[in-house]
Design a protein. Structure first.
Length: 101
């Protein structure tokens, strides 16, 4: 089995909730990450935004707190998703979320 695991922390920029036709609740977040990391012995600024998808009842206990400006740490797996306009992007499917603020 291949390894596919990502841990990321950051601030929620946007969030929305919807229910699938099968009745499963989904929350779609845009997570913004800012940090500094060393690469080749030089400090660099790191910035990214990634879409995070939380699915199912396991996230109901934190769902009402997933608002813009909230700091979270999320662990999960990444998958390729194609948007309606044909653009490909990596999406983080959450397996665990921890509120930081």
């Amino acid at each position: 089995m291949s390894l596919n695991h990502l841990s990321m922390s950051g601030s929620i920029v946007r969030s929305r909730q919807f229910d699938s036709p099968g009745g499963i609740s989904h929350w779609v977040l845009t997570l913004e990450h800012k940090s500094q990391r060393y690469q080749a012995e030089m400090l660099r600024n790191v910035y990214c935004q990634i879409q995070v998808i939380l699915s199912g009842e396991r996230f109901l206990s934190v769902a009402d707190k997933l608002k813009a400006g909230v700091e979270i740490e999320v662990q999960g797996f990444i998958n390729l998703q194609q948007s309606r306009n044909g653009q490909n992007r990596l999406v983080l499917h959450a397996e665990n979320v921890e509120l930081k603020s």
